[in-house]
Ligand binder design. Structure first.
Ligand code: RFL
Ligand code: PHB
Length: 387
């Protein structure tokens, strides 16, 4: 098979890129290792910046987003029993939207056939070839058959563990691992508070989030070594109840878990986002700890830059934007890394920290509480820096 752009991975990065290219009539194919069911049931991010919702509006894949997305004008940072509301609407004139990554993915997959976006699920053994020349290609197997896609460009949108970053080889790599993870639970119960609460409690970080007025998402900080079998649902609900009772409008309502998992926290940037005809976007090139809700939104901004650059190249034979892709993307990535790292440090209990470090956290939150300038800086970053 021959196409213009071979896209590896059908997460938000790959799907958005595919749709943006198809909207300009550019041929592409998405190769995904997992089944459609698997991809559509992964529970991940929940907060969308306008950069991301604007892309969905531009594509016209926004009916469900418009009907079901929850516009959030603020969120809360709490320390012990002090709650600081960050009024993002008053401070920035903008908002974020609560709409699950799962729903974004479903909408993009459902819209694909009508827009001529070909997604090959269960494409196994994907390998990337010839990126240093002008005839790159991808090989894979499907139902035991060996197949090949010849393309002009390859987009590596295959997440942190995919083959694309490895195909680039040695690159400039930066990493910070954190000594804890987030234990998350999703349940069909009404949220305890109308807006998100990020809380630094004596027992560690906790987040009260949501997917809809009837579906809640909560997280607590746990040691990296924690075994999820130590957390029967009732134990987690007890813990959430204890942490949010002094902070939230309503008590935490309990319900059966639709999903429970532990995710490690990591900051990571692979700066070499291009080699020859291969371009990386999204988690393939960078990871942020989820504290700033930036992972999915960064995938969307990478792809906005990459789509514009590929369109300029294919339609106008203008290579300038492709040459500038890495620098343009990294400028936004590093700022999101900085924000996610800062918020992670401010809101978590680190095992090596003592009373001094905690006093620093309390003093910083107290400063935020009394300073419009600090609140504006946080709000600007949370709502998403401009493209
Ligand atoms: P994705 O979503 O990981 O998609 C990559 C896709 O590539 C496929 N793939 C392959 N396909 C073909 N061949 C191969 N060899 C392949 N290897 C992998 C995968 O199956 C997958 O479909 O990356 P993308 O598109 O860059 O999107 C990034 C976002 O998904 C990610 O940044 C966020 O979800 C991060 N993240 C969170 N972000 C938040 O803002 N808030 C959160 O609450 C939040 N929770 C999470 C998360 C990421 C998690 N991961 C990666 C384990 C929770 C988890 C568990
Ligand atoms: C979520 O709802 O899953 C969520 C929200 C905000 C974050 C991280 C995760 O910062």
């Amino acid at each position: 098979m021959k196409t213009r752009v071979a896209i590896i991975g059908s997460g938000p990065a790959g799907l958005l890129l595919g749709h943006l290219l198809r909207a300009e009539g550019i041929d592409c194919v998405v190769l995904e290792r997992q089944t459609r069911d698997y991809v559509e049931s992964r529970i991940r991010a929940g907060v969308l910046e306008t950069v991301t919702t604007d892309l969905l509006h531009r594509l016209g894949i926004d009916q469900r987003l418009n009907a079901e997305g929850m516009v959030e004008d603020g969120f809360n940072l709490a320390s012990d029993d002090q709650v600081v509301r960050i009024d993002i609407k008053a401070l920035t004139g903008r908002h974020v939207t609560v709409y699950g990554q799962t729903e974004v993915t479903r909408d993009l997959i459902e819209a694909a056939p009508a827009r001529g976006l070909d997604i090959v699920f269960e494409a196994k053994d994907v390998e990337i070839h010839g990126i240093d020349g002008d005839a790159p290609f991808v090989t894979y197997t499907k139902d035991g058959e060996s197949l090949r896609v010849d393309a002009q460009f390859i987009a590596g949108c295959d997440g942190f563990h995919g083959p694309s970053r490895k195909a680039i080889g040695d690159g400039a790599e930066f990493e910070r691992a954190y000594p804890f993870g987030w234990l998350g639970i999703l349940a069909d119960v009404p949220p305890c508070h109308p807006e998100l609460i990020y809380a630094n409690t004596v027992d560690g970080f906790a987040l009260a989030s949501m997917r809809s007025p009837t579906r809640s998402r909560y997280y607590i900080q746990v040691p990296l070594t924690e075994d999820i079998r130590n957390w029967p649902e009732e134990r987690l609900w007890d813990e959430l109840d204890r942490r949010f009772a002094p902070l939230a409008d309503r008590p935490v309502v309990r319900g059966p878990a639709l999903e429970m998992s532990i995710a490690p926290l990591r900051s990571y940037v692979f700066e070499t986002m291009r080699r020859g005809r291969l371009f990386l976007a999204g988690d393939a090139a960078h990871i942020v700890p989820p504290t700033g809700a930036k992972g999915l939104n960064l995938a969307a901004s990478d792809v906005a830059y990459l789509a514009d650059a590929l369109i300029a190249q294919v339609k106008r034979d203008d290579e300038a934007a492709l040459l500038g892709y890495q620098a343009r993307a990294l400028a936004r990535i590093w700022k999101a890394e900085r924000f996610s790292w800062t918020l992670t440090k401010l809101m978590h209990r680190f095992p090596d920290d003592g009373p001094f470090e905690h006093r620093m956290q309390v003093a910083e939150l107290d400063y935020v509480a009394g300073s419009r300038a600090m609140q504006t800086a946080i709000a600007e970053n949370y709502v998403g820096l401009p493209l």
